[in-house]
Structure formats: C-alpha cells, structure tokens
Design a protein around this ligand. Structure first.
Ligand code: IVH
Length: 670
C-alpha cells in the first residue's frame, strides 16, 4: 500500500513539475515561485532516492544525466528529414507559386503558411506512447546521430505528452538564443577558448558535447514545426499542425501566418527583413509552405526536398570598412583581447566603429592587418566581427599585428598558457585587472550597484580609495565629497546604494567574485544547493559536481578559488563589512511565530527596513499585505503611521510597535 502511494505521488510530482516547466519555459508565465518549484523538485528527488524503482526516464530529475555518454551512435530515420529548396528573391518565390498552381491545376485555391526560418539545427524527437524516447540530429536526412541525453536538457521540451498517438516524430529546430551565444563567447574569450562563429555553430557544438552537463549549461532552446508522420495523426493542414504542436505543449514560434497570394508573402518577407534584427534568436529567412496537406501530398517531393515548400533566404547583413588600428584591452582574468578600430560604417541598423578580434590566433588565421579593407557582420546580431579581409584591396601599406609582450596597463610580461589561445597578464596586483574586477563586481548581473560604473571606479582608483572590491563597502561620505563632481547628495546616494547591495545574497556574490567558469547560472545553482558560504567552502569538488547542472570544470575551479588563503581573507573581509554570504532559501516555518497571521506594515521602522521585516514575517509563516482589511490580524505600526493605523484601530486589530516586533523576533530560534 505504502509503495503504491509513493508511486502515485511520484507520478503526480512529475506531472506538476512538467506543467510548471511549461508555464515557465514555454509560455513565460510562471504561476509558482522558483522556491515552490524547487521544493516540489526536491520532494521528487527524495522520493526517487528512497524508491529508485520509481525513477522513469521522463522524470524531470532525469533531464541531466550524470555520466558522460560515449560517442553518438548512428540512427536511421524512419521518416527522412528533407531539406528545402532556396529562393533568394521574390521572383523565385513567384516561380515556386506558379509551379505549384500548374501542378495542382488552375482551379485549385492554394493557401500558404510562412514561418520564420530558425537558424539552428534540425532534430527529430521520437515519442513512444507519449514518452520521449530518442532524439536524433538530421544528419544527411537519412541517418542522424543519437543525441538524446543532450536534447533532454532543454527545459522547454516536454518529456512526455498526454493523449499522444502511439508514435510521434516531432521535428523542429534546436537553437541558441543570441544573448546566450554572446555570453558564451565572452566566457570563451576570457577562458582562452576559441569562440563560436554564430548561434548555429554554438548550438551544434553544444549538442555534440559528450557530457550532457555541459550541454545543460548552454541554454539551448527548441521550436517545433513539423511531424514526421503527420498524415497518420489526422491533421489536415500546416496551420492545424502548428496548433496541435502547441496543444502537445511544444514551443512553437508564434510568427507564422496564413496567406493567399505571392503579394502578401512579399510584404511579409519585407517586414521581417529588418524586424528580424530585434528577435531574441537568429533567423536566416522565411519558410513558405503550402498549407493544405492533401495538396502537399499531391505535390510530393523531389529527390531532396518537398515541392510544397521553399526557404526564402535573406542576404547576409555585411558591410565593407577599413581597419584603422588594432588595440588590445585587458580583461578581469588578465586576458588580452585584441579588437579592430574601424572606419565608422552602418551595419544592420547601427553605426559600427569597433569589431572584436577575439585572440591572436583569430587574427593570424584571417590574416587581419592594420590598414586592411575588411568585410564585417554582427555575430548573433549583436557583436561586430570581421568575416574576412578583402585582400584585392591591399596596396602594401598594411602592417601585420603582433601581440604585445607586455601588459598594456602594468607592463609586466605577458604569457600564453599551453593549450589556450589567450595571452594573459600574470601580475596578481596588476591595476588594470583590478579595475576590470571592480567593474564586474559592481555590474548589473553581479552586485548591481547603482551608480558604480567604469567612470566612478576609475575615479575611486585614482584617489586611492579602492584596493579590492570589499573597499567599496568602506567608502564614506567624507571621502567622496572630496572628489570632483561629487556633492554631498551624490556622495550620500552612492554610499547608500552600495550599502543596499550587502544583502544581494550568495548567488550574486559568487558571480561577482569572478571565479573562472562560474557564470550567473552556475552561481544560482550552487547557492541553491549550498545556501551558505561556509557550506560551500567545505564542500569537496566531487560534492560540488553532484549539483544538477554543475560539471567537473566548474566544481574544480570553484573549489580551487575557495581554498586560496587570499580568497578566504577577502570573503571574511566582506563578511566583516556586513555583506551577506548566505542565500535566502529558508522554507517558511509551519510553526513560525507569524503562522496564520496576515500582517500589515505601516510607518517607518528605523531598526528594520521594510523588506527585512517582511522577509522575517514570511519566513515565520506569516503573510504580508499592503492594505488593512477585516482579514488583517496584525498591524506593525512604526513612526508616523497614518491612515492604516487609524483603520486598524477602528477595526479592533492587534497593533504592535516596532519594539513589540523586535521583542517577538528576538525570540526566534536560529
Ligand atoms: S520545414 C520538409 N520549417 O531549415 C520540410 N525548416 O533549409 C523540412 N528550418 O533542415 C523543414 N526553420 O533545419 C522547416 N520553420 C521551419 C524551419 C526549418 C528552420 C531549417 C531546418 C531544415 C532547413 C532547410
């Protein structure tokens, strides 16, 4: 009986978790907090640990397989994945439509669906009795590679489908969002690894990882657009198919439309020519498909591609310009990154003046010289990059680039670590590296210090007020008012803004420390699993690597960092200055002192700020509301409490002063 209950509960948890993943990753409309999600997830993990026989391959706990797989085995597709013929101008689209009309007869009404052509890689997902059993790359269309363990890490993908036919082959595109691509390449530059050329290569490279934990960290996503055996499902058109895929809870790109003429399609092509720049992912064109499946069947296939579809490809957005200089900048890990100063040129909607050159190997491989005319584009539509040199335009005046042997800031010798493409300044007290570390520490994704940007940091460094990031918390109004352009008000604001960041929590702090390989996502995962610095500091690399989403590289790097005496001293310094090194993951206490209470805070609470007081109440099982009503059970009234206090008095609700509140919370057991 007990076993049956556990099995029931496990099934229920799997379904609930999949439902909330769908709301979060596909619809972007979460209904529960991350905290509640994690709680359910942990319950399932515990249940599965106690009853390993309850683990199913489609359990959300099985998205990231623990062990690296061997090579990818070859799989023959049951239904081949065709490619598409291309059209490069509207005339070719018109010819495509005419051929169709001819084959179907002039009496036939033909409707077309246009979809964005997502620039990723096609994948086939096999669902058997609703369960995702195999994920295979397109390969040559006949035979692909089994990448199941890696594809399963994509959170928006359902691991099971309710009310599905016995077998479903779902086709779609695995892609990497532009932001994820940019962040990945930035990290690769810093880590001395070669960058990916574009979102598609990054997605392909990420799917071909032998360790699924690496894939899981890559933020891949998926859009579904086809079913291999659609006729068997009773679906009669492409539009209905896209709707059915949504009912199955796949992520379907919303930018599809039904059209009746080539003119309409032409307008749609024109619309996306520029609109596509603003998307969160790369598109290289539009796919135009005959909507009706009976007509598709009548049209059939050539040897390679369907006659009922064509891909309109946009010309690549490129520009020609001149490299006026190659400069080198220093990163926070000491890496020297070269970039090209360019003659300003307009490209994909902005004026470009600089392009990243990533590293010395990249420059050598493309043989980029100062004075060269080059073709540039924007990788991920964001980062200007040199595609190639136009060598015909050389006149002999160009000069080759040599990586400086000295750090551009401190002048100490630069070395290249074997196996890495990066040159690094190895001086541990290089002021240039310190500057970059400080900028990173204060940045939005890290401690998010309002008003502390590169200019302010430069000023503080110049005046000897900063020697490490912890010194930011020692800044006093008296020191700041001495600085140029700093009045009393600005100085006070800055000190307050910095003080406020003491409570950002462990996840942000971990990222802010700038530990190699520890990005925002890894930092969040680590802080959730080890919610205090002390717990994290005493964990072994093996323990750290058991955290879902944390691979050995991250675990080793973090461990090494946390064991270094300088790191320990630095974190202790932060703690002494009042910086919180824990993550708030405490579960609301069922028997807390505010259990069942509906509390309203009003007036000033000088000893607690509002957020702190509210957090305490929630942690102790209470609810915090903003207005007093008959449901309110307690009002904490600070200084200058106004109408809320008056209303509470009128309703006869219990009223506490700040002293009462302080006395009550003082009794909480730690
Ligand atoms: S339909 C038989 N729809 O483009 C039809 N393909 O050049 C097969 N692609 O291999 C493809 N977005 O990787 C289709 N909305 C979309 C697409 C799409 C991207 C890719 C897919 C395919 C390639 C063909």
């Amino acid at each position: 009986m007990v076993e049956k209950t556990a099995a029931e509960r496990a099934r229920e948890l799997r379904e609930t978790l999949q439902h909330h993943s769908y709301l979060y990753y596909v619809l972007d409309q979460p209904e529960i907090s991350d905290f509640e999600f994690d709680k359910l997830y942990r319950e399932l993990v515990e249940l599965e640990t106690a009853h390993p026989e309850l683990i199913t391959p489609d359990s959300p706990t099985q998205r990231v397989g623990a062990a690296p797989s061997g090579a990818f085995s070859k799989v023959t597709h049951q239904f081949p994945l065709y490619s598409l013929a291309n059209a490069f101008n509207i005339g070719e689209v018109d010819a495509f439509a005419k051929r169709i009309q001819e084959r179907l007869g002039s009496a036939s009404q033909v409707e077309y669906v246009t979809e964005l052509k997502i620039d990723g890689l096609a994948i086939n997902l096999i669902y058997e009795n609703g369960h995702l059993t195999q994920c295979v790359t397109r390969g040559d269309g006949e035979v692909g590679e089994d990448v199941t363990a890696n594809v399963k890490t994509i959170r928006s993908l359902p691991l099971f489908i309710k009310n599905a036919p016995a077998r479903l082959d779902i086709r779609g595109e695995v892609y990497m969002p532009r932001q994820a691509f940019v962040e990945l390449n930035e990290a690769r530059d810093e880590n001395g690894e070669a960058p990916f050329a574009n979102c598609r290569n990054a997605a392909a490279g990420s799917l071909r990882q032998l360790d699924p934990r690496v894939t899981a960290a890559r933020k891949l996503d998926f859009f579904a657009y086809a079913i291999g055996n659609a006729e068997e499902t009773g679906i009669t058109s492409q539009r209905e198919l896209l709707e059915t895929l949504q009912e199955y809870r796949f992520s379907v790109n919303p930018n599809y439309h039904l059209w009746h003429s080539v003119e309409e399609i032409g307008a749609e092509i024109e619309r996306w020519e520029t609109a596509r720049r603003d998307l969160a992912y790369d598109t290289d064109g539009l796919v135009i498909k005959v909507n009706d499946f009976a007509q598709q069947l009548a049209l059939g296939y050539t040897a390679k591609a369907p006659r009922w579809a064509i891909a309109y490809k946009y010309p690549p957005e490129e520009a020609k310009t001149k490299v006026t200089d190659i400069i080198v900048t220093l990163g926070r890990t000491g890496v020297l990154t070269p970039s090209a100063d360019l003659e300003p040129v307009s490209l994909a909607g902005t004026v470009v003046r600089r392009a990243t050159l990533h590293n010395a190997d990249y420059i050598a491989e493309k043989d980029i010289r100062v004075g060269d005319t080059v073709l540039i584009h924007k990788a991920g539509e964001i980062i200007p990059e040199v595609i190639r040199v136009i060598t015909e335009d050389r006149d002999g005046s160009e000069s080759a680039f040599v990586m400086p042997h000295q750090c551009p800031v401190c002048g100490s010798e630069v070395t290249r670590i074997p196996g890495e493409v990066a040159y690094r300044c190895q001086n541990p007290s290089c002021p240039g590296i310190l500057r970059e570390k400080l900028i990173h520490f204060a940045s939005r994704q890290a401690m998010n210090m309002d008003g502390v940007g590169p200019k302010v940091i430069d000023l503080l460094l110049e005046h000897g007020l900063l020697h490490d990031a912890a010194d930011l918390y020692t800044l006093r109004v008296e020191d700041l008012v001495e600085l140029p352009r700093f009045g009393k008000k600005r100085a006070e604001n800055l000190v307050n803004a910095i003080a406020e960041t003491k409570e950002r929590g462990l996840a942000r702090l971990l990222f802010a420390l700038g530990i190699r390989y520890v990005g925002t996502k890894a930092a969040r995962l680590l802080a959730a699993a080890y919610p205090t610095y002390e717990k994290l500091q005493t964990a072994t690399p093996q323990e750290l690597a058991t955290v879902d989403g944390i691979g050995e590289t991250i675990a080793e790097s973090l461990y090494t960092y946390l064991q270094m005496p300088q790191s320990i001293a630095f974190i202790h310094k932060l703690q002494d200055l009042g910086v919180v090194t824990d993550e708030e993951v405490s579960e609301p206490a069922a028997d807390g002192i505010f259990s069942g209470e509906k509390v309203v805070l009003t007036g000033k609470l000088p000893r607690f700020n509002r957020t702190q007081a509210a957090d305490l109440i929630v942690a102790q099982g209470g609810e915090v509301a903003s207005s007093v009503s008959s449901k309110t059970t307690l009002v904490v009234a600070g200084e200058d409490a106004g109408s809320k206090l008056a209303k509470a008095e009128k309703l006869g609700i219990t009223i506490w002063t700040e002293d009462d509140f302080e006395n009550a919370v003082a009794k909480i057991e730690p």
